[in-house]
Ligand binder design. Structure first.
Ligand SMILES: CCC(=O)NCCS(=O)(=O)O
Length: 349
C-alpha cells in the first residue's frame, strides 16, 4: 500500500478515479519513432523524402514508417493541443500517454498540454523496445532497473518532479531479448511494490503476449492490473484470442483508425479494418470479457493527426462508438470499455 492507494496519478498530480471519464488507454502526444524507420520500397524514395503534402497522404497512410518526417510527432504540439480541445468537446476525459524512455518522452510538454486543455494525462514509466536501450541500460541489474522505474512513479522522471502514473508501454520485440526480459522482471517487481497499472507492447507474433504474461507472472506481476496492447496486429485466430484472454490481462485494441494493406514490420499480418476490430470486440463481449477490454488509437506518427488528413484522437468517440452500438455492444458495455475498465486498471491498489 502506498500513499497513491485508491488514486490515479496524472502529470498534474493524483486525482480521484471518478474524475477520469472516457479514457483512451494508449496514445502518444509527443514522441519520435525514428527507432523504427523502415526504408521505402525501391521506386518510392522520392515520395518518401518529400515534405508531407496532400497528394502523398494515401502513400503515407500505407507506408507511415518510411518517411523520416512522419516519425516526428514531437514537432506537432500545437496540432495535438487543438486535437485535445476537440477530444474534450467530444466527451473525452483522459489520455494515457504511453511514451517511455527511448522514444523521446517529454513530461513537461505533457504537463503543459494537460494545463492548457483540461484533459487528464497520465505519463508512462520504464523502457521501450531493446533497439532503443542504451548500453548503460542493457548492463543494468534488475534491481537497478526496478529502482529507476519506482522512482519515475514516486519522485518524477527525466530530471523533473513530474510523476508517471503507469509503467509502460514496456517494449518487447520478437523474439524477446535479454535486456527486455530484465525490464519485464523489473516492471513486475516495481508493480508489486507500488500496486500500479502496467501496459505492455508485445512483439509481433501471436505467441508473444502469452510468453510475456508468463514472464511477468514468474516475476510476481499482477496480471489483473496489466494491459496487453496491440492485439489487433498480434492475435488473429479467435481460439488463440480466447486462450490468451483466459490469462486475465486487459485486452487492448488500440490501432483504431489505422488501416493499411501491407504492414511493413510483419508482412504475414493482414492489418484489420476498423469494422473487423469492432467485430473482435463484439466477439470478446459475447464470450464474457466485457470487463477486460480497453481501446485507443495509438497515435504515434504525424499522418494519424487530423492536420494531415488522419483520424485524430476523437475518432473512437465520434465514429467507433456508434458502430459498436450498431454491432450489438450495448451502451453499458461501451461505458465499461471507455470508463469503468480504464478506471479500475489505472487506480493504484
Ligand atoms: C510507440 C508506438 C508503438 O509502438 N506503436 C505500435 C506500432 S505497431 O507495433 O503496432 O506497428
Amino acid at each position: 500500500m502506498s500513499a497513491l492507494s485508491g488514486k490515479v496519478q496524472t502529470v498534474l498530480g493524483p486525482i480521484e478515479p471518478d474524475q477520469l471519464g472516457r479514457t483512451m488507454t494508449h496514445e502518444h502526444l509527443t514522441m519520435t519513432f525514428e527507432c523504427c524507420y523502415f526504408p521505402p520500397a525501391p521506386g518510392d524514395e522520392t515520395v518518401a523524402q518529400a515534405p508531407i503534402q496532400m497528394k502523398n497522404l494515401f502513400w503515407l497512410k500505407q507506408n507511415p514508417y518510411s518517411s523520416h518526417e512522419n516519425l516526428l510527432l514531437l514537432q506537432e504540439t500545437s496540432a495535438v493541443r487543438e486535437e485535445l480541445h476537440e477530444y474534450r468537446k467530444e466527451g473525452g476525459g483522459t489520455i494515457v500517454e504511453n511514451t517511455t524512455q527511448g522514444i523521446a518522452r517529454d513530461l513537461p510538454c505533457l504537463k503543459q498540454l494537460a494545463k492548457d486543455t483540461g484533459v487528464h494525462i497520465i505519463g508512462g514509466a520504464g523502457y521501450y523496445v531493446d533497439a532503443t536501450h542504451s548500453e548503460a541500460t542493457r548492463k543494468m541489474t534488475v534491481e537497478k532497473l526496478t529502482d529507476i522505474i519506482i522512482s519515475e512513479v514516486l519522485h518524477g522522471a527525466d530530471g523533473t518532479e513530474i510523476r508517471c502514473g503507469v509503467i509502460g508501454e514496456i517494449g518487447c520485440s520478437w523474439p524477446i531479448t535479454d535486456s527486455e526480459k530484465k525490464v519485464l522482471q523489473a516492471t513486475a517487481h516495481a508493480q508489486t511494490e507500488l500496486g500500479c497499472p502496467v501496459i505492455i507492447h508485445p512483439g509481433r507474433n501471436p505467441g508473444a503476449p502469452a510468453e510475456i504474461v508468463r514472464l511477468l507472472q514468474e516475476a510476481g506481476g499482477d496480471i489483473s492490473k496489466t494491459v496487453m496492447s496491440h492485439l489487433d496486429r498480434t492475435i488473429f485466430d479467435n481460439g488463440d484470442l480466447l486462450e490468451f484472454a483466459k490469462m486475465g490481462s486487459y485486452l487492448e485494441y488500440d490501432l483504431f483508425g489505422s488501416e493499411m494493406l501491407n504492414y511493413a514490420y510483419n508482412l504475414e499480418v493482414d492489418m484489420p479494418s476498423d469494422s473487423q476490430r469492432v467485430k473482435a470486440l463484439a466477439f470478446l463481449v459475447q464470450e464474457g470479457y466485457e470487463d477486460n477490454i480497453v481501446i485507443a488509437h495509438d497515435i504515434h506518427t504525424k499522418n494519424r493527426l487530423t492536420k494531415y488528413g488522419g483520424h485524430g484522437y476523437s475518432h473512437i468517440l465520434k465514429n467507433i462508438v456508434p458502430k459498436m452500438l450498431i454491432r450489438g455492444i450495448n451502451q453499458t458495455q461501451v461505458d465499461k470499455i471507455l470508463i469503468d475498465n480504464p478506471k479500475r486498471w489505472l487506480t493504484f491498489k
